[in-house]
Design a protein around this ligand. Sequence first.
Ligand code: PMM
Length: 314
Amino acid sequence: MTGEAHYSDGQSASAMGPCLPGLDAGQRCLVMGVVNVTPDSFSDGGTWLDPDKAIAHGLELVSQGADIIDVGGESTRPGAERVPMREELSRVLPVVSALAGAGIFVSIDTMRAEVASLALEAGARMVNDVSGGLADPDMPSVVAAAGVPYIVVHWRGHSADMYGPAVYTDVVAEVREELGQRLAAITAAGVSPANVILDPGLGFAKLPEHNWKLLASLNRIASQPGYAEPFPVLVAASRKGFLGKLLAGPDGPVRPFTRSDDATVALTALAVAAGTWCVRVHAVPGNLDAVRVASRWRQETVAAGDQERMRTDA
Ligand code: PMM
C-alpha cells in the first residue's frame, strides 16, 4: 500500500530517487510511520504495548497517509538493556501479521536475525536494522535470502552505552566510511546493493553536534565509493532528543518530545529538499504535508540544476 491516494502532484522519479521492490518512491519521499510495541521507547513507550492498540495505531497512521509501518519490539533509547528475544517476538509478531494481512507494507525494526526471519514469514516486507548487521552476524544472510529492502543504520554499539563511542574527528567522513564497511560486509553475504537503504543513525553514538553535521551532509552519506548511483537515504529524526535540546530556552529545561513535533516537521522538509528517500516519523499528517511541499521544491531544484548544466555544456 502506498500513499498515492493522498498525493497527486505528479513529481518526477528523478527528483526523489529509486524505487525498491514493492515500494514506489517515484512520486515523492516516502513516509514511514512508527509503531513501537514497547513499554519504554523515549517517544511513545507504553502507548502501543497492547497489540490491539498497536494494530489500531498502525491502521490510523496508514489512513493518515503513511506508506510504510515500522514495527519494533525493542527500545533503543539511551541506556536501554536488551529485551529477551521471546519477549520481542511476542510483541511484534501479532502486530506484523495483522497489519501485513490488511495489505500494509510493514517494516520490521529489529537487530535480531531470527526476529527478522519470523516477521518476514508473518508478512513484513522490509528489514530495519539499527545495528546495520553488526548486532547479529546472521542478519545479512536472512535479508539476502528474503530479497527484501534492508535499512542499514550507522551504529557503534548497544544502547546501554550510547554515548561512550560518540567520539569522532570527522563525523561525516567516519560515518560514511563505516557505512561503506557495512555495505561491503552485507553485499558479501549476498544482499543486493539495489535493496540497500542507508541511514546515518541519528542519536546512535551521536551527540547533537554530530547529528546536525550529518544532516547537513546527507548527500555524502548517500554516495559510496565504487557505486555510480547514490543510495536511498532514510532520516529518522522524529522527536529525538537533539531537537528538544535545540528548542530548550536559554535557562529552561529541554523541550519534551511531546512538544517537538513541529520541529520534526521542519526537519522533514529540509531533509526531503536535500533528497531524502524516506522519513521515519511518529506523527504522520504534518510530516506528510512537509514531504509533499519539499518534494515539489526538490523536483523544481533538480530540474533547474539540469537546465543549468545543459546551458553550461552547450
Ligand atoms: N531510531 C529509533 C528506532 N528505529 N530506525 C532507523 N532506521 N533509524 C533510526 O534512527 C531509528 C530507528 C529510535 O527511535 P524511536 O524510539 O522513536 O523508535
